[in-house]
Structures are given as structure tokens and as C-alpha cells.
Design a protein around this ligand. Structure first.
Ligand code: FAD
Length: 557
């Protein structure tokens, strides 16, 4: 950074009104927004020992539920940060079935059900040491907050609002307001990360457009307490219940705590336009029956958009999470995509701030993560279109032969085309940074990008696959703060030339793995894994030019 004095003079020239800053607060990375994505970035940076500040305009108390579905990839990052157990325990109890149920109403007819044996609980799947979990932000955000604020290099300030910034050659100066005192302050940082959500003013200020389908759907979200709801109907326990009426699938119930808390979703512009007039109890009666005990806790409205920012970076400012991409919640991608963003950005910021990241490393954030944002948003949009295209016959809820036939046709359609909404292992684990400026393309053909099923691959750009090691660890437990060179099998080449090339500046650990399963999954005798657990390079032989490899993967080539 330039001298503090220079910065202060510059800011004072810009500041207007009575709020002249008295001191400049310094940090290396300023994160705006302490939603799950900002908190996860602070945790990732804190875990790497990078000084950062995170400011949040609210008091941080989550009053109303949003995301619940946490995919296996996010769980893997939580595992790395040591909070996977907390997330598992805070969410839906391990023995609660993650069943998706389609009914006319809880007192009416069952249409279809999708079981998800690979979700929830503690038993790992074959493809990950972690399973997808259900942990609403009511509990997830506080876990991430405690994690982030537990690092001494992280400063977390609630009720501080970001107002504006200027960028200088070697940093940004942000103007923020302490909402408790109404004081205006300046924070000087080397980088600014916008995690301020879908209505980001930073994105707007930078003139970054959101590309895609704006305002596709309008909803009410009703937070309900309905203790042991399953005792008041005959359909059994389910984590997600969709109600299909003659007008189509316009209501759903999302299980939150496995005991009594639910998010009741109601689609319709008429409700969105006038939430005050929505009779939540009557709407709940229609799906659950008037005799079902319930208490309406809170009501919010929200609209769904399927859009992606056309830039993820402008100068020293990066966009992550909902600030960068927004999607319809069908599929459960928003928060999970955001966690993936910051796992990618975190190590790159850290590498540059530590001095070993090359000049192009930070550019690779956008080239790697924006295509993932586009892919996931497109998938959510397709899910919605499939649902909308599925015709609902007027007799669907009738207790007649015609009604039974309509339900049977609906059941067939749901089972044919809906699994992709609820089982997304391929989406969660199978994304590949291809092409990537910091991975070494080995010319192997791409692995098909699938939705429901994940196909392990060590192709450069892929998430390095999971396999259990003899000592009970997952291969994923080997990856972390620096690069990891896996020497796979009994006779991999000696790694000396790679170690020497990396020793110049790039942190590298070397692991010898002999387990036969790892050999078959990893496909090569040498596999170089990045700090975020993605494969950077692989080969059966030593690289011709180890220095060129080191420079490529650290973004200096
Ligand atoms: C009904 C619903 C269900 C969903 N279900 C799922 C799901 O199952 N799985 C999933 O992955 N995703 C789901 N999502 C999406 C998920 O909730 C979001 O993707 C996620 O919350 C985004 O996190 P974020 O941190 O990027 O943004 P946000 O959670 O929006 O956080 C942004 C924060 O920035 C703060 N902020 C804004 N401006 C400023 C400022 N100027 N100064 C300081 N602070 C500021 C805000 O107060 C806010 O706290 C769902 C969304 C909805 C609406």
C-alpha cells in the first residue's frame, strides 16, 4: 500500500459532509457482507492466516430461513475447516429421511416420492467423505460466524455498512458507516470482496451487468412452527413436500430442524405484491388441513432470478456468492456455488498476499468460477422449465377414476424428469475448471458433465477424487494450505526435480499413496493437487520443465 498519509489526504479530499474520518483502519482483504459466503471467505482466509475484515450492515441475527440444502462439496470444505460435525449435528437429525414427497395435500393423495438414501446421516458415500446435509442458514450462518471470528486475524463487525470505495494503484479505500454511532470510517485494504448478496450496490457501482433471466418467479416464504407435522397426516416423514394442485406445483414445505420448524413456500405474484394481505393460516390449512397445529413465525417475500454477473473481477474488487450469481432455488445451488467461489478465491488471495502467487493467479478466479456459475444457474433454470412444462390436469386432486389417472400420469412424469432437482452429486462434485489458465491440460478427453451421478476423475481442473487411505483418512484430508504432490502406487518417479522447482517459492507437500483403489481412481503415478483440492497437473512421468509447471500453477506463466 502507499503511505497512509497519502491515502488519508486523498480520502479527505473526497469525503463530503461532517463525517471526516479520524483514522484509517487497515486490513489486507475487506469482505463486504457476512452472509454465508462472506463468512466462509473470512473462514478460509482466517484458516490461511490472512488478515481480513468483514463488515455486515445487519446485527447478524438470522430471523427467517433461506438455504437448507448443503451439498457434499460444501461439506468437504466444512470438513477442512473443522466444522463438518457441527453442521451435521445442527441440521436435520441423522435418521430423518430426506424423502421428497409430491402430494395433492397432506390430507389428500400421494402422487410420487423420491427417496435419497445418499443424503444425510454420517455414513460416507463412495465418492465423498461427506454426505449432502440439510442445515438451514438459521444454524449454518452462526457456525460460520463463530468459525471465522475464532481466527485472530479476522475482524468481524456487525452494523457496519459499506457505502463507497475508491481504488488506487495498490489498494482500495472503502468508506463505511458504523450504524451504532453513525460515524463514517475508512478502511484501507489491498483487495475488496463483494459478498453483499443479490442486491449488491458494489456490482451496480462497477456497472457489472447480470446476464440471464430476471424476475422469473414471485414467492412468499412463510416460517412455520408445526410440531411433528407427520403425526397429523398419513404420508410419513419427508424433508421436502411439494403440493400439486390443479394450478400446478405452487406450494411446498421444507423441513428445517426435523422436529417442528418448516419453511412454507407459496408461489404467486398476487402474494408477492401484497404480502400483508396474504392469509398464511388459510394457505397452510389448504395444504396441511385446518386441524393441524401451527404457528406462523414470520413472512417474507422474494423473487427468483436466474442470472450471472458478466464480470467477477474489476481491478482489486471481486464478486462472490449471490453478488455474482442468482438462481431459482430448485436444485439448491446458490449458497453451495458461493462456498465454491470463496474456496477458489481464498487460496489465490492468500498466495498473492504471501508473495508466491503469480501476476495472473487472481484473474483465474473469474475464468474458473464464472463458468461454474453459468452452469449451475442454467441447471436451476432448466429444472424450473421442466417443472413448468409438466402439465397438471384439473382432476389431479379428485377422488375419481379420472383423478387417479391424472395422478398416475403426473407420477410418471415426476419420476422421469425430477431426480435432477434433488440428487445433484454430479453438479456438486463433478465440475471441472476446463480450460483453466493455471492447470496443465494433459490432452485427455473431458469427462461428461452429469447432474445426478458423479464420475471421479483426476483430469486436470477436476476436484481430486476421494478414496479412503489405510489410516482412515480421506485423500481429501491430505490437501490444504499449499500444493500436494501425490506419488501414487509402488514405483512413482522420484519427485526431486518438482520439489526443487517448487522450493523456489510455492508451498508443496509430497505424499506417497499405495492403496490400490487410489491408484485406479487417480489414473496416474504423479498427481499435483492445488490448495483448493483441484488437480493442477498429472502424469506418469516427471515434467520436462518443472519450473514451467510451477510457474503455470501459481499463475506466473
Ligand atoms: C427460499 C430460498 C431457499 C434457498 N435454498 C437454498 C438451498 O437449499 N441451497 C442453496 O445452496 N442455496 C439456497 N438458497 C440461496 C441462498 O440462500 C443464497 O445463495 C445465499 O444466502 C447467498 O449467500 P451470500 O452470502 O452470497 O449472500 P446473502 O446471504 O444475501 O448475504 C449478503 C449479506 O450482505 C449484507 N450487505 C448487503 N449490503 C451491504 C452493505 N452495503 N454493507 C454491509 N453489509 C451489506 C447483507 O445484509 C447480507 O447479510 C435459497 C434462497 C432462498 C431465497
Amino acid at each position: 500500500m502507499r503511505g497512509v498519509q497519502g491515502q488519508q489526504q486523498r480520502f479527505e479530499r473526497q469525503a463530503k459532509g461532517p463525517f471526516l474520518p479520524t483514522e484509517i483502519l487497515h486490513t489486507r482483504v475487506l469482505i463486504v457482507g457476512a452472509g454465508p459466503v462472506g463468512l466462509a471467505l473470512a473462514a478460509e482466509l482466517g484458516w490461511r492466516g490472512v488478515a481480513c475484515s468483514i463488515i455486515e450492515q445487519s446485527d447478524g441475527v438470522i430471523h427467517h430461513p433461506r438455504a437448507t440444502a448443503v451439498n457434499a462439496r460444501s461439506m468437504e470444505f466444512f470438513r477442512r475447516w473443522g466444522v463438518a460435525d457441527l453442521v451435521r449435528e445442527a441440521g436435520t437429525p441423522p435418521n430423518f429421511p430426506h424423502t421428497v414427497l409430491f402430494v395433492t395435500s397432506l390430507q389428500g393423495f400421494e402422487i410420487a416420492r423420491i427417496e435419497r438414501p445418499g443424503h444425510g446421516g454420517t455414513r460416507p458415500t463412495e465418492t465423498s467423505p461427506e454426505r449432502p446435509q440439510r442445515c438451514n442458514q438459521l444454524w449454518l450462518d452462526p457456525i460460520l460466524r463463530d468459525l471465522a471470528s475464532g481466527f485472530s486475524c479476522v475482524t468481524l463487525r456487525y452494523r457496519w455498512r459499506f457505502e463507497s470505495f475508491i481504488e488506487e494503484q495498490d489498494g482500495v479505500l472503502a468508506t463505511v458507516r458504523d450504524l451504532a454511532s453513525d460515524d463514517v470510517r475508512t478502511i484501507a485494504a489491498e483487495y475488496l470482496v463483494d459478498c453483499s448478496g443479490g442486491h449488491s450496490a458494489i456490482r451496480e457501482f462497477l456497472g457489472i451487468a447480470m446476464m440471464g433471466t430476471p424476475d422469473i418467479d414471485y414467492h412468499l416464504s412463510i416460517f412455520v412452527r408445526a410440531p411433528e407435522l407427520w403425526k397429523h397426516h398419513d404420508k410419513g416423514k419427508a424433508a421436502l413436500i411439494h403440493f400439486i394442485a390443479a394450478q400446478g406445483p405452487r406450494r411446498n414445505l421444507v423441513l428445517l430442524d426435523g422436529r417442528e420448524l418448516w419453511r412454507f413456500g407459496v408461489t404467486g405474484k398476487e402474494f408477492y405484491d401484497d404480502p400483508e394481505r396474504a392469509d398464511a393460516n388459510r394457505l397452510f390449512d389448504e395444504v396441511a388441513g385446518a386441524a393441524t397445529p401451527r404457528e406462523i413465525i414470520s413472512i417474507r417475500r422474494w423473487s427468483a432470478r436466474d442470472v450471472v454477473a458478466d464480470k467477477y473481477r474489476v481491478g482489486r474488487v471481486f464478486l462472490a456468492g449471490d453478488a455474482a450469481h442468482l438462481n431459482h432455488p430448485d436444485g439448491g445451488f446458490g449458497l453451495n456455488t458461493g462456498i465454491g467461489d470463496v474456496a477458489d478465491l481464498g487460496w489465490k488471495l492468500s498466495a498473492v498476499l504471501e508473495g508466491w502467487g503469480g501476476a495472473h493467479l487472481l484473474d483465474s478466479y473469474a475464468s474458473e468460477r464464472r463458468p461454474v456459475g453459468v452452469r449451475n444457474v442454467r441447471q436451476a433454470e432448466e429444472n424450473l422449465q421442466i417443472k413448468k412444462r409438466r402439465p397438471t390436469e384439473p382432476a389431479i386432486a379428485d377422488d375419481t377414476a379420472e383423478g387417479a389417472e391424472a395422478r398416475s400420469r403426473m407420477r410418471e412424469a415426476i419420476l422421469r424428469d425430477s431426480l435432477r432437482n434433488y440428487v445433484t452429486d454430479g453438479t456438486a462434485l463433478g465440475y471441472c475448471y476446463d480450460p483453466s489458465p493455471i492447470c496443465w491440460d494433459d490432452g485427455s478427453p473431458p469427462v461428461a458433465d452429469t447432474i445426478t451421478e458423479y464420475r471421479p476423475s483426476s483430469r486436470p481442473g477436476s476436484r481430486a477424487p476421494h478414496a479412503w487411505l489405510a489410516d482412515g483418512r480421506s485423500t481429501l484430508d491430505l490437501f490444504g494450505r499449499g500444493f500436494t504432490l501425490l506419488r501414487v502406487g509402488d514405483d512413482p518417479p522420484a519427485p526431486d526435480s518438482i520439489a526443487a522447482a517448487f522450493a523456489r517459492r510455492v508451498p508443496l507437500s509430497i505424499e506417497q499413496i499405495r492403496e490400490p483403489l487410489v491408484r485406479s481412481i487417480y489414473e496416474r503415478r504423479l498427481v499435483l493437487v492445488r490448495p483448493d483440492g483441484h488437480v493442477a497437473w498429472r502424469s506418469n512421468d516427471l515434467p520436462d520443465d518443472p519450473l514451467a509447471l510451477a510457474d503455470r500453477v501459481r499463475g506466473a506463466a
